[in-house]
Design a protein around this ligand. Structure first.
Ligand code: PHE
Length: 562
């Protein structure tokens, strides 16, 4: 799972994204809850370092493009928006000196931070998580079923455009967090982006719990990250977020008494989470200052209870999901396999402390499945839950779906081919039957990087091993605030290939890299593996695509083709 973490705990976090449900999701209701609660609780803002004042825009209704102070600009902007609204989703508009795009019926203007491409915008709105019989929707239902109503509400959020505030600031991301980088994140303009994680909706979802019967929620949505091209990475994937809070009981005589009582309640809730047969090794039981601390305002014993509830709930989830996949294995073989093995390890996220990751041993490999932790108290305070304590987790759905259904290539999940889609049925987990394997066609592209050769390492030398490719960004990449791209970044070629060839490319790999001893210029060679999942590509077709990739690379970046 590509996790939005950083610092000393950034670990090899390559391919996965996991996750989830059974209860049908009330998307429409979810939507209306969102907007009403967003605006209502916006008033109760608080400032606590490093969490900003949440009275700053949290609602999509406040559009910063409308706050342009100059009336002439404003008029121009309004004319632009009017025109753009008439366009269909994904259509670009150039009007007077503004350019922009319509995304799901809403107009956005571009600026010098824009890096979202047409090929990405075409994927917006597919809503795989609510497409009946789709493996993503089946997996989502499975996860939701482990967090049942009425304790948990189940949300989906169709519109992936959020503000930088929602995606980063309100969650306490430092200004220089690599996750904010333009090389990792799709910016529509300087204030809006395609969400990089479902945590972008945590704040609104916590607000929805104020005065609600539910004390927890799950959120499922599509998320977007600029990334490499291979069988387990796609620039759009799905995540689920889960959270649970405990309020202080009101009937108590004093705060002290209330807290004592709340601890009893949490302890009882821990006992009520069903035990599993998973063999769990816990390497994260000490919440030490400096590495994985409890928060200052929290009672250590209460944190232990919240963490116990969090860990048990997620073990229950993993047990449910992996048992579903093991149902397909014959009983005799299953016995030989023994119980599922999992382990808890320490982690770091800006929005939880202490934080953890859960890994599962699958086919002899430890798979990182999810990130979680005790919610940073300012986040709950800002959402109107000052007297609550709680946990949150986030998982990627693709990794789980691919394991569950035996799907070998992530692109299949986006396939509209009936031979794929007709294999799956709501509520059941079945093994994917490959319908055909079409021949690959490799083509290389080699080029010199012209400017600032020293700064132009495409993958950051160390991360070529795959380490530090955390979803939240790679510290070796360009800074989040720069608007002019660095000479070249590996995600740039990925983006060009995607734009030209879409899902006709299986993977793109750096196969050669060297620095000219005399000029100091760097040369890179990438191998592009063209292969359709649905048909055999002709030579002509591949040549044409490859020429287009080369031409686009040449025109967009300061490189010289070799
Ligand atoms: N949002 C995190 C990610 O994308 C996952 C996470 C969610 C971690 C909630 C902790 C709590 O990687």
């Amino acid at each position: 799972m590509r996790l939005l973490k950083t610092g000393a705990f950034v670990r090899a976090a390559q391919s996965a994204r996991i996750a989830v449900s059974r209860a049908p999701v009330r998307a429409a209701l979810a939507q209306s809850r969102w907007s009403s609660s967003q605006t209502a609780a916006a008033a109760a803002a608080e400032t606590q370092h490093p969490f900003p004042d949440q009275s700053v825009e949290i609602s999509r209704e406040v559009d910063p493009t409308k706050t342009a102070p100059e009336s002439k600009d404003q008029q121009e902007q309004e004319r632009f928006e009017k025109k753009s609204k008439e366009l269909n989703h994904g259509k670009r508009l150039v009007h007077e000196n503004l350019s922009g795009v319509n995304i799901l019926g809403k107009p956005y203007t571009f600026d010098n931070t824009t890096n979202v491409s047409d090929s990405i915008l075409r994927l917006v709105g597919r809503n795989l998580y609510s497409t009946p019989d789709h493996p993503i929707a089946i997996t989502r239902a499975l996860v939701e079923s482990c967090f049942p109503k009425p304790t948990y509400n189940h949300f989906t959020v169709a519109d992936p455009v959020v503000t930088t505030h929602e995606n980063f600031d309100v969650l306490g991301f430092p200004k220089d967090h690599p996750g904010r980088s333009r090389t990792d994140t799709y910016y529509i303009n300087s204030t809006h982006l395609l969400r990089t994680h479902t945590s972008a909706h945590q704040h609104a979802a916590f607000q929805s719990l104020v005065n609600d019967e539910a004390t927890g929620f799950t959120i499922c949505a599509d998320v977007y990250r600029r990334d490499s091209i291979d069988k387990s990475h796609f620039p759009v994937f799905h995540q689920m977020e889960g959270a649970r809070v405990w309020d202080l009981p009101v009937s108590a005589d004093s705060r002290y008494e209330a807290q004592l009582r709340r601890k009893e309640i949490i302890a009882k809730d821990v006992d009520e989470v069903p035990q599993t047969r998973i063999v769990v090794e816990d390497q994260a039981t000490k919440f030490l200052k400096g590495s994985n601390p409890t928060q200052l305002e929290h009672d250590a014993e209460e944190v232990r209870l919240v963490v116990a509830h969090l860990k048990r709930s997620l073990e229950y989830l993993v047990d449910g999901v992996f048992e579903a996949s093991r149902q397909m294995i014959p009983a005799s073989q299953k016995e030989k396999m023994g119980p599922l093995q999992a382990r808890w390890i320490e982690a770091y996220f800006p929005f939880t402390s202490p934080s953890f990751e859960l890994e599962v041993l699958w086919n002899g490999e430890w798979l990182e499945l999810l990130g979680c932790g005790v919610v940073q108290q300012p986040i709950l305070n800002n959402a109107g839950l000052r007297n609550s304590i709680g946990w949150a987790w986030g998982i990627g759905i693709e990794r789980i779906a691919m394991l569950l259904f035996g799907i070998p290539d992530i692109r299949l999940l986006w396939s509209e081919d009936k031979r794929f889609l007709q294999q799956f049925k709501q509520g059941t987990v079945t093994r994917f039957e490959p319908f055909s394997k079409y021949p690959p066609c490799y083509k290389d592209i080699a080029f010199w990087i012209n400017s600032s050769p020293a700064a132009a390492s495409p993958i950051g030398a160390e991360s070529s091993s795959g380490v530090a490719a955390a979803a939240g960004g790679d510290a070796t990449k360009a800074s989040p605030t720069e608007t002019q791209p660095a000479a070249f970044h590996e995600n740039d070629i990925m983006e060009v290939v995607r734009d030209v060839a879409g899902s006709l490319v299986e993977d793109v790999q750096l196969v050669d890299e060297f620095v000219h001893p005399r000029t100091g210029r760097k040369s890179l060679c990438y191998r592009i593996n063209y292969r359709s999942l649905e048909r055999t590509l002709t030579n002509e077709e591949v040549n044409d695509l490859h020429n287009q990739v080369a031409a686009k690379m040449k025109s967009l970046f300061d490189i010289e083709l070799r």
